[in-house]
Design a protein around this ligand. Sequence first.
Ligand code: FAD
Ligand code: SF4
Length: 457
Amino acid sequence: MSDILKRIPVLEQVAKARATNFKEVCLGYDADNAKAEALRCLECKNPQCVKGCPVNVDIPLFISQIKKGDYLSAYQIIRKSSSLPAICGRVCPQETQCESKCIRGIKGEAINIGKLERFCADYALNQDVSCQIPTKNGKKVAIIGSGPAGLACAGDLAKLGYDVTVFEALHKLGGVLVYGIPEFRLPKKIVEKEIVALQKLGVCFQKNVIIGKSITVDELFEEGFKAVFIASGAGLPIFMNISGEGLNGVFSANEFLTRSNLMGAYDKNSYTPIKAGSRVVVVGGGNVAMDSARTALRLGAEVHVVYRRSEKELPARQEEVLHAKEEGVIFDLLTNPIEILGKDGEVSGIKLIKMTLCEPDESGRCRPKPIDGSEYVLDCNTVIMALGTRPNPLISSTTKGLNVTCKQCIEVDEDFKTSREGVFAGGDAVTGSATVILAMSAGKQTAISIDKYLRNK
Ligand code: FAD
Ligand code: SF4
């Protein structure tokens, strides 16, 4: 392959070293490499990459600014469509979005759009770009949840002059960006910088407030909020309902990652109550499973990912699967748990069965079927269930007139309005577990709807 067809390589920590620390794996491009990668872009007249981006970032235009060395202009172009470029540049599944449509990718390797976005965003965050404080219009809006949906909506409403308060149940702000996605993939300081930028815009954050317990949505209206945006995510874990799930040593991925990320297990100097043991089994094949597996590995365990389909069907990002393998995570594919075994109330092993793939099911993926007589036991100390999540029903059950689906997702119309006057919802709370960019996009669109609603009121 000629040089122009190949990507400029991105520096990463070497696998052996990074498997023992929580520092960011990918080190990103420096200015010279970013320019060299940008020069590969054809600046297509009909750029397919833009159509592949869920928020239609003007990719060729921002790349053209990198070519000129004007990184701040490149950043401003991205910011027109995306509120969180440093985060999306790191965690968006670009390989199935913009990069999968890149015309350069037909004959060679697609432009590394994600890493270029990350480069511009990091450059701008390090410049401490000043922002204009908007004049307040005196109207109060409450946002429930400080994940990407809540943050994006808060920023856009604050810029329009609204008096925005974000209520967060946890003691740290950022939603899944801080409690779920580990430090080695998304450093917490990046999320903190985005939050400081929102504070400078005048957004007020109240931590440790659980809407539905500390205060209800109805009471928020009584306190003078004119509109409420529910961006509470989908944090309720799903289990398999197999025998042994109540044993000590069985975690949901959310609990395991929250304990690690928010109780500091990634910092060798801090105390953590997680006891991973010498062998950990992670059940599932998505990003959450990869994050759990790579976290357990860094805590010193031998880690097995148990997934019932084959490698081709793994829903996790390719980059995460590759990184997990390089670091030494063992993949037990076409395998499913049937029972968790225990001794004196603690996990001692997991009974697994081999699977085979049959014809595709309604999801279009091949249906896995157990192979009779193929059961075996894998000794282990910890089992982490990473099988998906759904919205917590706390808010819907304590808010009058709020319609939800059978999966507890909040029902909204095309303007993100719920069945309750003045209440809007978006992100994972509406879609179920999805992606950062979709949650952020829902937050931005809701800000437009809330503004329209309050102007007409
Ligand atoms: P969240 O990020 O879940 O934020 C919701 C916030 O609301 C939380 O802080 C929660 O504490 C708070 N909250 C909940 N209930 C209440 C209440 N009653 N009162 C007050 N506050 C409340 N997506 C990607 O695009 N790429 C990835 O690589 C990726 N990796 C992931 C890894 C993990 C481990 C997980 C769990 C998810 C991952 N995702 C990834 C999915 C992505 O993070 C989510 O789709 C996204 O964060 C959803 O954003 P949100 O704002 O809707 O909700
Ligand atoms: Fe550049 Fe690829 Fe987009 Fe064409 S499709 S403008 S080559 S990033």
